[in-house]
Design a protein around this ligand. Structure first.
Ligand code: GRF
Length: 197
């Protein structure tokens, strides 16, 4: 049966756009909703233009109360009945209370070759470390930040004159290939990692 996918965003939503574009024809999943914690997220317009329902759950009113924010997320998802959640540049940390019931059904994309560089500023940290190879990872989400079984990675060679911006741009190109490839495989019931080199 076709899987229903909720995509969570906070910003421009370029990964979300690639996921939406990929879910057609004999793909085993379809997007049922795009949810943002930020009403200004550019990705909301992209989702609406693609005919995908959107939800906004602002986090500010719940400042200091992640559990209440997560209850609001659950409420907003309810009538869309997703089978899977794809975090795609969703910039809020989720607690075990939300994550655990979705264990094995929630994916995230992270701009580093995990387990290297969990958290923020991954491109800067790779450059500062003098890494020759950087990249991105899609993984199952667990309550630990940027952790969980790895479902795919794409490598990007670091060039001598790379800046944070040039490196980020090349990693993002790979994210756009990797995330749809992983989702197609995962939604079809195959958890073997997708490795792009
Ligand atoms: C991506 O680099 C993603 O890996 C990171 O945030 C960025 C989101 O970009 N977590 P976009 O909103 O998909 O364009």
């Amino acid at each position: 049966m076709t899987k229903r996918v909720a995509v969570f965003i906070s910003g421009s939503g370029s990964n979300m756009q690639k996921l939406l574009e990929s879910m057609k024809d004999d793909h085993p999943a379809r997007a049922c909703v795009v949810l943002s914690n930020d009403p200004r997220a550019g990705g909301l317009d992209i989702a609406e233009a693609a005919g995908v329902p959107t939800e906004v759950v602002r986090h500010e009113p719940f400042k200091g109360d992640r559990v209440a924010f997560e209850h609001a997320l659950t409420g907003a998802l309810a009538h869309h009945a997703p089978d899977l959640i794809c975090l795609a540049g969703f910039m809020r940390r989720l607690t075990a209370g939300f994550v655990d019931p979705w264990r094995g059904r929630m994916l995230n994309i992270h701009p580093s070759l995990l387990p290297k560089y969990r958290g923020l500023n991954t491109h800067r940290r790779a450059l500062e470390a003098g890494d020759a190879v950087h990249g991105c990872t899609v993984h199952e989400v667990t309550a630990a930040l940027d952790d969980g079984p790895i479902l795919g990675q794409a490598e990007v060679h670091v060039l001598p004159d790379d800046t944070e911006a040039t490196l980020a741009a090349r990693v993002l190109e790979q994210e756009h290939l990797l995330y749809p490839a992983v989702l197609a495989r995962f939604a079809g019931g195959d958890r073997r990692p997708v490795m792009l080199r």
